[in-house]
Design a protein around this ligand. Structure first.
Ligand SMILES: [Mn+2]
Length: 429
C-alpha cells in the first residue's frame, strides 16, 4: 500500500471546499468543448496518464554563483528528498518518478529502492556528474571530462558513467542522461575537432555497456560553465552524437539551454521527425539558462513545444519522449514550485490536445496563415484548469495544490526535524 506523507484527511477536507465549484466548472468547460467536437473526459483521461519526473536536486533550494539562501526544512539527504518528492506526487498525481544524480544521491541502491517504493515512486533517468570534482577522485575535471586531453581523466569519467548505469540497474531506471560542462574559455585553448573526437570515443565506450533496454540521453547546452566554446553546444551537435552512437542514443532538450528567442519548438519538430528526440528538461528562461519555473515566463512557448509533441504522437503511436523538470528554486519553497511546474507542463499538454488538427492542416494547406495560427490560439486560450484539477481529484490529489500543501503545514513540520543549513558563500548547486 502506498504511504502518504500528507494526511489524506487534510487533502479530503480541502477538496471538500472546492469540489462543488470544480464540478460546475468542469461541466461548463465540457459543454464548450463539446461544441468544438471534443470530449472533455477523453482529454482528462490522457492528461491523467501524463507524468513528469522530479529531479532529486530540485527539492533543495538552489542558488546563483553569488549566493545561496537556504530555506527552512531543507532535505538533508536523498531520503529526505524522496519524502519531498512523495509529497509532490501525492498532491499533483502527475510526478510518478524521481530522477537521481550521482554522486549527490549516492546511497545503498537497495535502500533507495525501498524508500521510493513506500510511496510508489519509480526512478527516471540516472544523471552522471563529470562537471565537478567528487571528493577524493584522482583526476580533476577542471579542464574537461569525457573530452579531456588526458586519457586517464577521460577513463575516469567513463567509469563514473558506467557506475551510474550499474546503480540504475538496481533501481529499475532505464536511461542515463549525460551532460558535460566540457568546453573552453579562450580562443585557441582547445582544438575543436580533437576535443569532439575524444568526447565521441568516450561516449562510445559508455554506450557499449548500456543494457539493451536502456536509452542514453545527451543534453546540449550553449554555454556555461565554458564561456567561449562548449563541446555539446546545440541540437545539431547533439543530433550528430545520437547518430554516431546508435539506436539507443537520443537527444535531450533542456528548454533553458538555448539562446534567447531560439525557435525551440522547431528543434523539437526536427528531432522528432528524425527519431532522435529523447526527452525534455522543462524549465523557463528570460535571459539565459535561468532555470526558472516551467511556464512562468513564456507559457505560449511551452504550449508550442507540446503542440509539436502532440503532432508527433499523431504520426507515431510509439512516440514517448521522457519528461523531466530541471529547475533551480532560489526564492520559493521548492515543493511549491515543483508542484505548480508539473501542473503547468501538464496544462501545456492539455491545451495542445485541444488543437483542431484538421482545421490546422486545412489552413496550412490552403496558405491561410491567420486561420492556422488561430487554430493554435483557440486551444491555447482555453482555460483547462478544470481538466487538470479533476484528473488530480479523481486520482486522490489536491484540487488546490498550493492551498492544500500550505494547509497541511508540511514545511513547518520538517523544519522542526531538519536543522537549518548554513548559507554558503558560493551558491552553485
Ligand atoms: Mn538540464
Amino acid at each position: 500500500m502506498t504511504e502518504h506523507i500528507i494526511d489524506p484527511s487534510v487533502v479530503d477536507s480541502e477538496n471538500e471546499r472546492h469540489i462543488a465549484d470544480l464540478n460546475a466548472d468542469y461541466d461548463t468547460l465540457g459543454e464548450r468543448l463539446d461544441r468544438r467536437g471534443i470530449s472533455i473526459d477523453a482529454v482528462k483521461t490522457i492528461v491523467a496518464d501524463f507524468s513528469v519526473a522530479v529531479p532529486s536536486w530540485g527539492v533543495g533550494t538552489g542558488g546563483t554563483r553569488f549566493a545561496r539562501f537556504p530555506g527552512k526544512g531543507e532535505p538533508r539527504d536523498i531520503f529526505d528528498k524522496i519524502e519531498d518528492c512523495a509529497v509532490i506526487a501525492q498532491l499533483t498525481q502527475a510526478t510518478k518518478t524521481v530522477s537521481l544524480h550521482i554522486p549527490w544521491d549516492k546511497a545503498d541502491p537497495n535502500r533507495l529502492k525501498q524508500a521510493a517504493s513506500r510511496f510508489n515512486l519509480g526512478f527516471d533517468a540516472m544523471n552522471s556528474n563529470t562537471f565537478a570534482d567528487a571528493k577524493g577522485q584522482l583526476q580533476s575535471y577542471k579542464f574537461g571530462s569525457l573530452s579531456h586531453a588526458d586519457a586517464a581523466t577521460r577513463q575516469q569519467a567513463i567509469e563514473h558513467n558506467l557506475e551510474c548505469i550499474e546503480i540504475g540497474k538496481t533501481l529499475g531506471s532505464k536511461a542515463l542522461t549525460v551532460w558535460i560542462g566540457d568546453g573552453s574559455n579562450f580562443p585557441g585553448q582547445v582544438n575543436f575537432t580533437r576535443q569532439f573526437e575524444h568526447y565521441l570515443d568516450s561516449m562510445k565506450a559508455i554506450y557499449a555497456e548500456l543494457p539493451h533496454d536502456w536509452r542514453i540521453y545527451t543534453e546540449h547546452k550553449m554555454y556555461e560553465p565554458a564561456f567561449y566554446s562548449t563541446v555539446v553546444q546545440d541540437w545539431g551537435t547533439n543530433y550528430l552524437i545520437a547518430k554516431e552512437l546508435g539506436d539507443k542514443a537520443y537527444c535531450l532538450v533542456d528548454l533553458g539551454h538555448h539562446a534567447p528567442n531560439v525557435n525551440i519548438e522547431m528543434i523539437v519538430a526536427r528531432l522528432a521527425q528524425f527519431g532522435k528526440l529523447g526527452g525534455f528538461h522543462f524549465n523557463d528562461s528570460k535571459y539565459g539558462d535561468d532555470d526558472l519555473d516551467a511556464g512562468s515566463i513564456d507559457p505560449y512557448r511551452l504550449f508550442l513545444v507540446f503542440n509539436e509533441l502532440v503532432d508527433a504522437e499523431g504520426r507515431d503511436k510509439d512516440f514517448h519522449p521522457a519528461h523531466m523538470l530541471d529547475q533551480s528554486h532560489n526564492v520559493t519553497d521548492p515543493i511549491e514550485s515543483l508542484m505548480l511546474s508539473a501542473a503547468d507542463v501538464q496544462r501545456a499538454y492539455a491545451q495542445a490536445l485541444l488543437v483542431d488538427r484538421h482545421a490546422l492542416k486545412a489552413a496550412q494547406e490552403g496558405n491561410d496563415a491567420l486561420a492556422a495560427t488561430q487554430a493554435l490560439r483557440l486551444a491555447y486560450r482555453t482555460d483547462v484548469e478544470p481538466i487538470l484539477a479533476m484528473a488530480r481529484y479523481e486520482a486522490g490529489g489536491a484540487i488546490d495544490l498550493l492551498g492544500t500543501y500550505r494547509a497541511a503545514g508540511y514545511r513547518q513540520k520538517v523544519a522542526e526535524i531538519r536543522p537549518e543549513v548554513a548559507a554558503g558563500s558560493s551558491g552553485i548547486v
